[in-house]
Design a protein around this ligand. Structure first.
Ligand SMILES: NC(=O)c1ccc[n+]([C@@H]2O[C@H](COP(=O)([O-])OP(=O)(O)OC[C@H]3O[C@@H](n4cnc5c(N)ncnc54)[C@H](OP(=O)(O)O)[C@@H]3O)[C@@H](O)[C@H]2O)c1
Length: 251
């Protein structure tokens, strides 16, 4: 009986937003499955702690400080993968933020921040990883989008727009990449229990309400990590395009 899924074991996977939530769970899960993981986020202390934990457990990991709004930081992340582990097989574009509120609130700064992190951050990752993927003759882009883009609800219009921009981008890229070199996957989580909501709302009362909903309904981030692993764990000629993973009770 094989111990590791063949397609994950030995792969080199860079993950943005690996300092908490889905990214952190994905790093742990993939490392336990035998991947070398290369972690990026702004909270570098957390990343170093995670690297130490993975290495203590016998895994392979490295980290660098990444702000996805800086194209150079994404280049440093993929370069670290190549320097430390010889190649880059997968980039998981997971870093993301949300600012919840009706469009009529005109939170222009919040809109800009979401576009910068959620859309431009993914583009910067693509720009950094594509030359490596093309040079190697293979590569896989996984992005974490959201069910917010599938079921549009009030107060999340701009967030949903940024996630659907990425969905559209990946579909266009997929159609441009039928030479077998590049695989693309969009993962759409529903409510997941992470720190995400802590940064999404300023009003303490609203934040507490959303937090409670999340605690009651949200699924464990490792569920999303397993979905990402499933997409990676496929033969080279199989592409998982879209995966939706939400709480059973989510409307
Ligand atoms: N939780 C949910 O219910 C849910 C549902 C659907 C989709 N998602 C998506 O899942 C992804 C991960 O979110 P999460 O739920 O795991 O939330 P989280 O715990 O808040 O994690 C967000 C991650 O993004 C990183 N990040 C934020 N801004 C960044 C920047 N400018 N540069 C680099 N990294 C940045 C954060 O790290 P630093 O602060 O250390 O930089 C953190 O590691 C996001 O794209 C989110 O849109 C979440």
């Amino acid at each position: 009986m094989r111990r590791f899924p063949v397609a994950i074991h030995g792969k080199v996977v860079a993950i943005t937003g690996a300092s908490s939530g889905i990214g952190e769970a994905t790093a742990r899960h993939l490392a336990a499955e035998g991947a070398a993981v290369v972690l990026g986020a702004r909270r570098i202390d957390r990343l170093y702690r995670l690297v130490a934990e993975i290495e203590t457990a016998g895994g392979r990991a490295a980290a660098t400080r990444v702000d996805v709004i800086e194209p150079d930081d994404l280049r440093a992340l993929v370069d670290l993968a190549v320097e430390r582990f010889g190649r880059l097989d997968v980039l998981v574009g997971n870093a993301g933020i949300s600012r919840i509120g009706p469009v009529a609130d005109l939170d222009v700064a919040g809109w800009s921040a979401m576009v910068d992190v959620n859309v431009k951050g993914i583009l910067h990752g693509i720009a950094a990883a594509m030359p490596i993927f093309r040079g190697q003759g293979s590569g896989h882009l996984v992005t974490v989008v959201s069910t917010a883009g599938l079921k549009i609800v009030p107060t999340q219009a701009v967030y949903a727009g940024t996630k659907n921009a990425v969905r559209t981008l990946l579909e266009g890229l997929r159609q441009e990449s039928t030479d077998g070199v590049l695989r693309t996957t969009s993962i759409s989580p529903g409510y997941v229990r992470t720190e995400f909501i802590d940064h999404a709302v300023d009003d303490p009362a609203v934040r507490e309400q959303v937090r409670q909903n999340m605690a009651e309904l949200g699924i464990d981030p490792v569920a999303v990590a397993r979905a990402i692993a499933f997409a990676i764990d496929q033969p080279e000629d199989v592409e998982i395009g879209d995966l939706t993973i939400r709480p059973t009770r989510q409307g």
